[in-house]
Ligand binder design. Structure first.
Ligand SMILES: [Zn+2]
Length: 366
């Protein structure tokens, strides 16, 4: 069955909206947050635990799976869902972003990007066609076009040249598709220049993708720029397609972007922070190693219904973390993912009950 997006409700006071994406591996209700499973695993989490936290879709990284174990291997073993035992929707990125952030000695030509593996230094050439071939082999429900992620800062001319390449590659990605059940999203680049972002939105949406992403945000630019781009460009994207803000973000970023009409998010913040002992609660962010928790018998967050908060004290979580125990990562990650999922549930509830604007105000006052 081909990918489908249903827009179910539009908020009265803001641009926030409720929808659902129908994919071959199930339905994803939006606004949705995708935990990041870089190497075919959300670090320290069993797939059942991810699902129990409320996640309906995860993101996995093409760059990592292409280099190790290899997309052909994953394909032979039945595709990524089977391989990692996650039978629900998966979105894969194109590999572009990791090449820019991890790959050594990269060289971009108009046909693709040459890079050295961060694992063994071997040489690879990733083209738009190859990015689709890899994502089709992984059998992702949603694939992303190969784009050039413009760094911040970049001049207008550099950004303009980079954008031309992204648009050219988007066309090549689309024409490389060999089936119609895997969705393909186009990516809007254009750096911190509103005019280029507008051009990008016009050119990429004219190619008719299944959804659209704002890329090249969260790359070190000041937060105001990211907010301004999200606020001004999201309304230019077709209302009947899902809109994805890539690599974002903090709970505050998510609430703001939802109010602009964004439907999808991914970010390593909840999982990476968990592994480093930084835990989110509705009141404050907790640094779990602090001595003040040594004898604190309370749950991390008394309002949280996650496995960690239902069964363990702050004192025990602190002990595990300080002792360097593996269980610290597991319990911390369960909580942070559930915290993000509860945020998404509260957002959806507020939109459905017509008080998202009030929800947003209260959230930022806190
Ligand atoms: Zn919890």
């Amino acid at each position: 069955m081909p990918f489908q997006f249903n827009l179910n409700k539009q908020d009265a006071g803001t641009s926030a909206r409720l929808g659902e994406m129908i994919t071959p591996h199930g339905v994803v209700r939006t606004p949705a947050f995708m935990p990041v499973g870089t190497q075919g695993t959300v670090k320290s989490m069993l797939p059942e635990e991810i699902k129990n936290c409320g996640a309906e879709i995860i993101l996995s990284n093409t760059y990592h799976l292409y280099l190790r174990p290899g997309h052909e291997t994953v394909k032979k073993l039945g595709g990524l869902h089977r391989f990692m035992n996650w039978p629900y929707p998966i979105l894969t990125d194109s590999g572009g972003f990791q090449i820019y952030s991890l790959g050594a000695l990269r060289k971009i030509t108009s046909d693709g990007v040459m890079f050295r593996s961060h694992i063994d230094g071997s040489r690879h050439f990733l083209t738009p066609q190859k990015a689709i071939e890899i994502q089709e082999a992984l059998a992702a429900d949603i694939m992303m076009c190969l784009d050039e992620c413009t760094p911040y800062p970049a001049t207008f001319t550099q950004t303009e040249e980079s954008l031309k390449l992204t648009v050219k590659w988007a066309k090549l990605c689309k024409s490389a598709l060999t089936n119609n059940h895997q969705a393909l999203f186009g990516i809007i680049q254009g750096g911190s220049y509103p005019e280029l972002r507008r051009q990008a939105a016009e050119q990429i949406t004219s190619l008719c993708f299944d959804g659209y992403a704002l890329g090249g945000v969260s790359v070190g630019e000041p937060k105001e720029i990211m907010y301004k781009i999200t606020d001004s460009i999201t309304p230019l994207l077709p209302a009947d397609k899902p809109r994805y803000l890539m690599g974002v973000g903090t709970p505050e970023d998510i609430v703001f972007a939802v109010s602009c009409g964004i439907d999808m998010f991914d970010c390593v913040i909840p999982t990476r922070c968990a592994r480093h002992g930084l835990l989110f609660t509705n009141k404050e962010n907790v640094v779990i190693k602090n001595a003040r928790w040594r004898e604190d018998n309370n749950p991390l967050d008394e309002t949280c219904d996650c496995y960690t908060c239902r069964n363990y004290s702050r004192a025990y979580l602190r002990h595990l973390y300080v002792a360097g125990e593996i269980l610290a990562m597991i319990l911390n990650t369960i909580h942070n993912i559930r915290h993000y999922m509860r945020l998404m549930e509260n957002i959806k509830m507020a939109i459905s009950e017509n008080h998202f604007e009030e929800f947003k105000k209260k959230f930022f006052n806190k």
